[in-house]
Design a binder for this molecule. Structure first.
Ligand code: HEC
Ligand code: HEC
Length: 362
């Protein structure tokens, strides 16, 4: 029976490590990130509120430090270092208050954007009118190959003009969330969550839609309806990657090279977007999902735009990335089960053998 006790102790230790220590270490080492949320409005408002909370804490802690600096400085009026510390602490409070201001302004600008999206999504879009509005505004930059509309610029020229290849919109209505599309048309930099990178001095390359008829909201609803009407019913994960990611990212494991010219792209996003072939293994599927869904949630201030994929498209994309970057996952799992089975049988045989040997000795 000693063997059984040893086995039980081993199993207990393994379970404690696996379900107790490992998740605890993970929680301590990785900041908590809210799970994927395909409701872009809720996502934006929640994140903006979270940033306000953080900024408020920042102000409180800066004020706390200022108080301490003040009391020290009054007690030692001749200590220059302490006087300087007081000045610095006061500056830190100003800085923290500015951050809070920025966070509050961001919340109100997102509230404004999403309330206009709400107005447009309450309307029924007319695809025919949408086609017209589309051809009066969007085709200045975008091509739609499935409708025989060539892009006005080739990849090289587009990179030069915008820093990035302007994507073809043939399947935009299928892969992007409907409300995200409306938000994108109304305010591109906000919908893509790049408003911290672009402003009036450095305008975002996709211009906000100005409207073509009398009713702006109806125009937006019509364009969205048009994009959805021409969207393919069937598409796969690779097509999602090509439409939504390939203008910035390489995927060398599937022999794909980003379409934007590298230097222009670097000037545009400020860094070289990484090859994502192996990210599914190095970062894990869960991280990738939250990152793609809303990059700012994971890396505040990142230059990667929110892509705005709907749930179906994101699922297909994840399947594709797994197939490309982790093609042996199923094989590994099967081998794992075989190995466990093998050792289980081996243990039983070893136990029986030991019993046999000892029986003879007694
Ligand atoms: C002045 C040029 C320009 C105009 C006009 C323009 N776009 Fe864009 N659009 C861009 C650029 C550049 C990008 C790529 C931005 C990036 O990847 O950071 C883009 C990206 C997009 C995307 C992909 C967004 C994503 O999530 O990846 C969609 C969809 C889109 N535009 C739709 C439209 C629609 C609809 C219109 C017309 C109402 C329009 N665009 C007008 C330049 C333009
Ligand atoms: C307009 C360019 C652009 C597009 C489009 C884009 N990305 Fe990115 N992506 C970036 C940049 C820039 C970075 C580097 C971000 C940083 O370091 O802050 C990045 C980083 C990443 C990372 C690495 C995250 C990390 O933790 O290091 C992953 C994964 C990723 N992108 C996936 C995607 C996927 C999947 C798509 C398509 C659905 C996509 N990206 C579309 C520009 C882009």
């Amino acid at each position: 029976m000693r063997e059984l006790k040893i086995l039980l102790i081993l199993v207990a230790f393994t379970l404690v490590t696996y379900y107790g220590i490992e998740p605890f270490a993970h929680k301590e080492m990785h900041a908590h990130v809210e799970p994927v949320n395909f409701d872009a409005q809720a996502e934006d408002i929640n994140l903006a509120n979270l940033r306000i909370e953080e900024a408020t804490k920042g102000v409180l802690s800066a004020e706390e430090k200022l108080k301490i600096a003040e009391s020290k400085a009054t007690k030692n009026a001749d200590d220059e270092k302490l006087q300087q510390a007081l000045v610095d602490a006061a500056k830190a409070v100003d800085g923290a208050k500015k951050d809070l201001d920025t966070a509050q302004n961001r919340l109100s600008s997102y509230q404004e954007l999403w309330s206009s999206v709400k107005e447009t999504s309450a309307l029924t879009g007319n695809a025919e009118n949408g086609a017209e509005a589309f051809s009066m505004s969007c085709v200045a930059c975008h091509g739609v190959k499935s409708q025989d509309m060539e892009a006005p610029f080739d990849d090289a020229l587009s990179s030069e003009a915008y820093g990035v290849v302007v994507p073809d919109l043939s399947d935009a209505g299928a892969i992007y969330d409907k409300n995200f599309l409306a938000a994108l048309i109304i305010n591109p930099a906000h919908a893509l969550k790049l408003d911290h990178k672009f402003n009036d001095d450095r305008p975002f390359p996709m211009t906000p839609f100005g409207g073509v008829g009398e009713d702006f909201n109806q125009d937006v609803a019509d364009i969205v309806a048009y994009l959805r009407s021409i969207a393919p019913k069937e598409f796969d994960g690779k097509e999602v990657f090509e439409s939504a990611c390939l203008r910035c990212h390489d995927l060398r494991y599937d022999k794909l090279t980003a379409t934007s010219e590298k230097n222009a792209l670097k000037g545009y996003v400020g860094s070289n977007p990484p090859d994502i072939s192996t990210m599914i293994r190095s970062r894990g599927a869960e991280y990738l999902e939250t990152f793609i869904n809303d990059p700012q949630k994971n890396i505040a201030g990142t230059a990667m735009p929110r892509v705005g994929l709907n749930e179906d498209a994101q699922e297909k994309l994840m399947g594709y990335l797994e197939q490309v970057g982790d093609s042996t996952k199923d094989e590994r799992k099967t081998v794992g089960f075989w190995l466990i089975g093998f050792f289980a049988i081996l243990s039983v045989l070893a136990y029986l053998w030991k019993q046999g040997v000892w029986r003879e000795l007694h």
